[in-house]
Design a protein around this ligand. Structure first.
Ligand code: PLP
Ligand code: TYF
Length: 398
């Protein structure tokens, strides 16, 4: 039955985790997968999460099924986090939100929803984007098209080219995927004026924006990171938002995120949401409860919420501080390349501009693990490895 099947390669980012784990070199540095790490290289459970879990253990009374959309109380908190406390879209009831197994689950449900109900719609993604965008939508039968985004020469967004391409290629009903903040893999984000222009484009061309919000809080702040998304959400008739709580609550393996759908009226939103429910049932029936209960418990307890917000701030400040330190140390190492852009990028990642050969040399000769594209996960840098890292990059780059 399976004789004709050939093995396929796994996700290269996940393979990098294993390769790093197996490396006996005591100096090894892991800048591969996008998981937050503290200065000791650990991915600790947030104190707010630990406290919420203790409350849950005491209070939880049942593990019975809770329905395709997850806990009912979860939707308003997701909407407030994403759109803020004063959103007209929320007040008008034009948004419906479901809890999903991570941001990936949200994207998969969105892909199935689009594939089954918006016939012929193509998905436009940035060049480059997170590899799973292409695989999730591709496997749902949605054609994926790349639009120009990252400019390696300037380490910035090629916004004029991006708009010219979208204007030439996108047809009414197509789907435009944008990263809300902390672009994966480049770390190069759209600026607010870009969101303004894109909002006009979405309205003029009548395309559907799909916003991937996986790193809220990791760029400039929980609200600041959503400024572009909020601008657009309040001005367009329709939008999908796939959000992840994996990073900002540090609950990666608990699989918690959300899919929100904004429509022109409350009734339209409810109708579309019922079809989202159908896509969920056909996928995984209903989401796991643990992570969502953690998020819900924290958000509804003012003290735990303050603690969580301070923990998000600490993670963000650590990453942004490391960006500055790396820029200083690389400059001090006498390296020929200008790395000052690292400080301007936001979120977990930096497209470093290191070539495939340089990445492979860093891996084989220095036990420094960076994705083949040159993407570095800045969270993997620490006070104890930053000197070794910057010196090694300087040696390899020259
Ligand atoms: N979207 C982007 C851009 C990501 O980088 C990630 C992952 O880490 C996700 C979505 C999905 O996150 P998860 O499914 O772990 O919540
Ligand atoms: O890009 C990253 O590193 C994160 C984590 O299949 C991730 O988004 C990577 C690959 C994958 C799942 C999560």
């Amino acid at each position: 039955m399976f004789k004709h099947l050939k093995a396929v390669p796994g996700d290269p980012l996940l393979a990098l985790i294993v390769a790093h784990q197996q490396d006996p070199n005591p100096k090894k540095v892991d800048l591969g997968v996008g998981v937050y790490k503290d200065d000791q290289g650990r991915t600790p459970i947030l104190t707010s999460v630990k406290k919420a879990e203790a409350i849950m253990v005491t209070n939880e009374e049942t593990k019975a099924y809770q329905g395709v959309y997850g806990a009912a109380d979860f939707a308003p908190l997701t909407q407030t986090l994403l759109l803020g406390g004063d959103s007209d879209v929320v007040k008008q009831g034009r948004i419906q939100s479901s809890q999903t197994p991570g941001g990936t689950g949200a994207l998969k449900v969105a892909a199935d929803f689009i594939s089954a109900n918006l016939k012929g719609a193509r998905l436009f993604v940035s060049d480059p984007t997170w590899g799973n965008h292409t695989s999730i939508f591709g496997s749902a039968g949605v054609e994926v098209v790349e639009y120009p985004y990252y400019d390696a020469a300037t380490n910035d967004v090629r916004f004029d080219e991006m708009m010219a391409f979208l204007d030439a290629e996108m047809k009414e009903g197509d789907v435009l995927l944008l990263h809300a903040c902390c672009h994966n893999p480049t770390g190069v984000d759209l600026q607010l004026e870009h969101w303004h222009a894109l909002t006009d484009f979405v309205n003029q061309r009548n395309v559907l924006p799909l916003i991937d919000a996986a790193y809220q809080g990791f760029g400039d702040g929980l609200d600041a990171d959503m400024a572009g998304l909020r601008h657009m959400a309040e001005r367009v008739p329709n939008m999908l938002i796939a959000n992840s709580f994996s990073k900002n609550f540090g609950i990666y393996r608990d699989r918690c995120g959300g899919l929100s759908i904004i429509a022109e009226s409350a009734e339209e939103a409810r109708n579309a949401f019922s079809i989202v429910g159908q896509a969920i049932r056909a996928n995984y029936s209903m989401p796991p409860a643990h992570g969502a209960t953690v998020v819900y418990t924290i958000m509804n307890d003012p003290e735990l919420r303050r603690l969580w917000e301070s923990e998000v701030t600490e993670m963000r400040n650590r990453i942004n501080g490391l960006r500055s330190k790396m820029v200083q140390k690389l400059a001090a190492s006498g390296v020929s390349k200008d790395f000052s852009f690292i400080e301007k990028q936001r979120g977990m990642f930096s497209y470093s501009g290191l070539t495939f050969e340089q990445v492979r040399t860093l891996r084989s000769e220095y036990a420094i693990y960076i994705a083949d594209t040159g993407r570095m996960s800045i969270a993997g840098v620490s006070d104890s490895n930053i000197d070794y890292l910057c010196e090694s990059i300087a040696k390899v780059v020259g």
